[in-house]
Ligand binder design. Sequence first.
Ligand SMILES: *[C@@H]1O[C@H](CO)[C@@H](O)[C@H](O)[C@H]1NC(C)=O
Ligand SMILES: *[C@@H]1O[C@H](CO)[C@@H](O)[C@H](O)[C@H]1NC(C)=O
Ligand SMILES: *[C@@H]1O[C@H](CO)[C@@H](O)[C@H](O)[C@H]1NC(C)=O
Ligand SMILES: *[C@@H]1O[C@H](CO)[C@@H](O)[C@H](O)[C@H]1NC(C)=O
Ligand SMILES: *[C@@H]1O[C@H](CO)[C@@H](O)[C@H](O)[C@H]1NC(C)=O
Ligand SMILES: *[C@@H]1O[C@H](CO)[C@@H](O)[C@H](O)[C@H]1NC(C)=O
Ligand SMILES: *[C@@H]1O[C@H](CO)[C@@H](O)[C@H](O)[C@H]1NC(C)=O
Ligand SMILES: *[C@@H]1O[C@H](CO)[C@@H](O)[C@H](O)[C@H]1NC(C)=O
Ligand SMILES: *[C@@H]1O[C@H](CO)[C@@H](O)[C@H](O)[C@H]1NC(C)=O
Ligand SMILES: *[C@@H]1O[C@H](CO)[C@@H](O)[C@H](O)[C@H]1NC(C)=O
Ligand SMILES: *[C@@H]1O[C@H](CO)[C@@H](O)[C@H](O)[C@H]1NC(C)=O
Ligand SMILES: *[C@@H]1O[C@H](CO)[C@@H](O)[C@H](O)[C@H]1NC(C)=O
Length: 498
Amino acid sequence: MKLKSQILIFLLIFGVYGKIQDDNQAQQNVISEVGSSNGTTDSKEGKKESEVLEATLEERRVDESPCFHADINQFCFEKEPTKGCECEQFRDAIICCNVTDILKSIGCLSMNASTYKNIHVINATQAEINVTQLNSLKQVDSLVITDGNVSRLVGQFARFSSIKCLNFSNNNITEINERAFMNLNQLKIVDLSANNLTKLPSLQNTTVDILGNSKISCINISAALEKDVKFFNKEKSLCESEVVYWFNDTASITISDVEKRKKLEYDCPEKCRCKPGHMQYTNIEENKKDHLIFISDVDCSNSGLIKLPTKLPENTYYLNITNNSISSLSALVTNDYYLNIKSLFADDNLITSIVDLEGSKFLENFTVLSLRNNKIKDIPYYILSNLEKNLNGKILYLGGNRLTCECHIVKNINHWRLINDCDKILCNNMQAKILELKETELCKSGIDDWANYIEYLIVIEVLLLIALFTKVSYDYYVFKKTGFLPFPASYIILYNQK
Ligand SMILES: *[C@@H]1O[C@H](CO)[C@@H](O)[C@H](O)[C@H]1NC(C)=O
Ligand SMILES: *[C@@H]1O[C@H](CO)[C@@H](O)[C@H](O)[C@H]1NC(C)=O
Ligand SMILES: *[C@@H]1O[C@H](CO)[C@@H](O)[C@H](O)[C@H]1NC(C)=O
Ligand SMILES: *[C@@H]1O[C@H](CO)[C@@H](O)[C@H](O)[C@H]1NC(C)=O
Ligand SMILES: *[C@@H]1O[C@H](CO)[C@@H](O)[C@H](O)[C@H]1NC(C)=O
Ligand SMILES: *[C@@H]1O[C@H](CO)[C@@H](O)[C@H](O)[C@H]1NC(C)=O
Ligand SMILES: *[C@@H]1O[C@H](CO)[C@@H](O)[C@H](O)[C@H]1NC(C)=O
Ligand SMILES: *[C@@H]1O[C@H](CO)[C@@H](O)[C@H](O)[C@H]1NC(C)=O
Ligand SMILES: *[C@@H]1O[C@H](CO)[C@@H](O)[C@H](O)[C@H]1NC(C)=O
Ligand SMILES: *[C@@H]1O[C@H](CO)[C@@H](O)[C@H](O)[C@H]1NC(C)=O
Ligand SMILES: *[C@@H]1O[C@H](CO)[C@@H](O)[C@H](O)[C@H]1NC(C)=O
Ligand SMILES: *[C@@H]1O[C@H](CO)[C@@H](O)[C@H](O)[C@H]1NC(C)=O
């Protein structure tokens, strides 16, 4: 609930921010586009006109933006409602307001198509635009349809179109045909900010603005990045990612984070395959969600490795090294890249021992440890008892290993049962599985166990200590009463005085 409302507030802030940005942009563009008009704006005097125009052209060359943007207030809202034609010509542009049918409105100007290069349609209240039907606009450089309530773009732009900039900012677009922009091979900029998109259409080699659409899946963004799509406002544009901890959730992350997440593909160890796992909160105790991190999944299975990779991507939680020739897991304790590993799949290797893992963070907090079909001969008892202490959901597989079967295994068989496939653990010194062992056969003399010897030793030591204490107390009592020390204390003192 809390998260949901947080996301909502976030969305709101960014939605509003998106609008502000847009307005700012619009205003800036007025200066650059409209400033040179014949006095429709401000009080620009004729003399300064050419200066402004030059500055404008300069500016245009600098950012090389092919996009046209008229001042929506000037052209639409500070104006008497138009009768007849909703569009007007302004230099090489057509500007339309409050249109219900874009083509019809442009048509009313009955202009030769080769005389205009830019179109800005403001407040189009047309729920659906079939872009196939905009075929007659294919000679324009910049097609801008903003501040309306368009909700769907269907169809596909025509081939051989010279459109370089598309701007559908601040509408209510929820869906765009996957192939809508496919034919626009000159397209450089697509502004889809302040809409309600869930999915990007197919794009390549363009720069896109999606600020204010937070429902786009990050997987979609990631795929676009792969096709050389660039994004404006990467730090502020959000996409939706799955979050997994012990519940499923979604969270908004920035495109910058998506890019970082893709970077892990470059940090992948040789011969391994890495992919971004899910998102996860670093700390979620008492509903306190710290920052989100993304989890790396690293698969080095079947790669002929003889030791664990020396480097892993950031936040590797899952490592699969199944079917290699690895014999030691000590890197798990000594190498900081392994600090975050929670699931280790190391079946079919040559691992001989897990003693290395004693006292490690991994052993304390792992979720899955799979060591099937290795060469492990012995599992120290403390590892099993540690497992019992903080079992919460830990999964341990050791099947197919051949242990040296001794009395202590049978004695502690309940601990061994914590191993998820304990029924598949074998003995190397007899034909049996550990669950089939019989106490009567393995534990013949009753004290054939080191643990038992140590218990006896401890008892003897304690008895000796008590005896010593009693003797000292007795000596003190006698000395106080008689002034003489009993043997052997008297002897030791006499000896020292000599
Ligand atoms: C600007 O002025 C020129 C001549 O001074 C005129 O031809 C043109 O139509 C005017 N443009 C607008 C938008 O008023
Ligand atoms: C567009 O619609 C708004 C709101 O109805 C109105 O104020 C404005 O004058 C209209 N603009 C034009 C150019 O028709
Ligand atoms: C958009 O245009 C419609 C007419 O097509 C008008 O009723 C509406 O008020 C306009 N919206 C705005 C925000 O001006
Ligand atoms: C449009 O203008 C171009 C050049 O200015 C001309 O060649 C063409 O014939 C015109 N087309 C129409 C339909 O008037
Ligand atoms: C768009 O807005 C106009 C009025 O502004 C309204 O009549 C129309 O139903 C809206 N269209 C959609 C798809 O919401
Ligand atoms: C936005 O689009 C949705 C459907 O796609 C529609 O239900 C809703 O009324 C639209 N909102 C506006 C403000 O036009
Ligand atoms: C878009 O328009 C074209 C040409 O008029 C038509 O063939 C196509 O079916 C339309 N697409 C949709 C989704 O309406
Ligand atoms: C986005 O779409 C959803 C449903 O499709 C709607 O409830 C919500 O109001 C829309 N948001 C905006 C900003 O149009
Ligand atoms: C992308 O566009 C640039 C020029 O804008 C061009 O140099 C580059 O080759 C294009 N890349 C692809 C993959 O089309
Ligand atoms: C989370 O989602 C995955 C797949 O979508 C599902 O397998 C899993 O059971 C879900 N977990 C919880 C706690 O809802
Ligand atoms: C680990 O890799 C092996 C071999 O590629 C595969 O069979 C196994 O399913 C993987 N384990 C997990 C848990 O993904
Ligand atoms: C292990 O997990 C517990 C909570 O499950 C946590 O309190 C503890 O700090 C973790 N230990 C390490 C070494 O990360």
